[in-house]
Write a protein that binds this ligand. Structure first.
Ligand code: PEP
Length: 261
């Protein structure tokens, strides 16, 4: 099934947070509010340990589940890794690939990102591919070049069919977990560049339907102005996804922005 951006896409990346009971408590609270969030696509991205129980808790719910990482091989002597079939088995539909924290602390490169995207697609997991510049790169005026090179290398060898199953998340590294958010204009500039690149590479139809998320200190009070921008189709939310109230509020603000776009 090809993705489309008719609804805002709101994903909560829990990072290294939540035991299994805490994860279940959070998704139950989200599920109770789901009727009000029907006009958004809601995804939770718990730590690996909680995936399976979250999957059981959300059976029959429209809330979807993603993994924070994936390995490119299906099985074998790769201690500590988790493969696409294992993630599917645990109830995942999405996988975050190339988050800046993984690039920064765990040696993720555009090359490994590319392999992981291919592995995810082979097993019908939708990749959420993270790209974005550091503060230094922004200050040197290298933002667009950086994003361009990450798109080129990360999506290398992938065709139009594959691109129609991939979500891109633009996350300026300087805005992640810092409380600093890109202004709507700063975010839109990069988002429109990304859509332009996708148009060049894959044509108008694929680029128009593509989901391009913004991530970096998204909170209830900045969601509306970001999501009102033409090329911002949703948010990848870290800190503010850890509490049901703020995550629900972000989803509601995104629905409002989308309706008024
Ligand atoms: C993230 O984890 O991708 C993220 C954007 O985190 P935060 O919302 O906390 O900045």
């Amino acid at each position: 099934m090809n993705i489309d951006n008719q609804k805002p896409f709101i994903a909560g990346n829990w990072k290294l947070h939540k035991t299994i009971p805490a994860a279940i408590e959070l998704v139950k609270a989200l599920d109770e509010a789901i009727m009000e969030l029907a006009d958004a696509e809601i995804v939770v991205i718990p730590p690996f340990t909680a995936l399976s129980e979250v999957g059981k808790t959300l059976q029959g719910s429209t809330i979807k589940i993603g993994a924070q990482n994936i390995f490119w091989e299906e099985k074998g002597a790769f201690t500590g890794e988790v493969s696409a079939p294992m993630l599917k088995d645990a109830g995942c539909q999405y996988a975050v690939i190339g988050h800046s924290e993984r690039r920064q602390f765990f040696g993720e490169t555009d090359e490994t990102v590319n392999k992981k995207i291919k592995a995810a697609l082979t097993h019908a997991l939708t990749p959420i591919v993270c790209i974005g510049e550091s503060l230094e790169e922004r200050e040197k005026g290298e933002t667009i070049d950086k994003v361009d090179s990450q798109i080129k290398a990360g999506l290398d060898g992938l065709g139009k069919e594959e691109m129609s199953e991939i979500i891109i998340a633009y996350e300026p590294i300087w805005a992640i977990g810092t409380g600093l958010t890109a202004t709507p204009a700063q975010a839109e500039e990069v988002h429109s560049f990304i859509r332009e690149k996708l148009t060049e590479k894959y044509g108008n139809e694929t680029a128009t339907c593509a989901i391009i998320l913004y991530g970096g200190s998204v909170k209830p009070d900045n969601t509306y102005s970001l999501l009102k921008e033409q090329n911002i189709n949703g948010a990848l939310v870290g800190g503010a996804s850890l509490e049901a109230d703020s995550f629900i509020q972000i989803a509601k603000e995104s629905i409002k922005a989308y309706k008024e776009k």
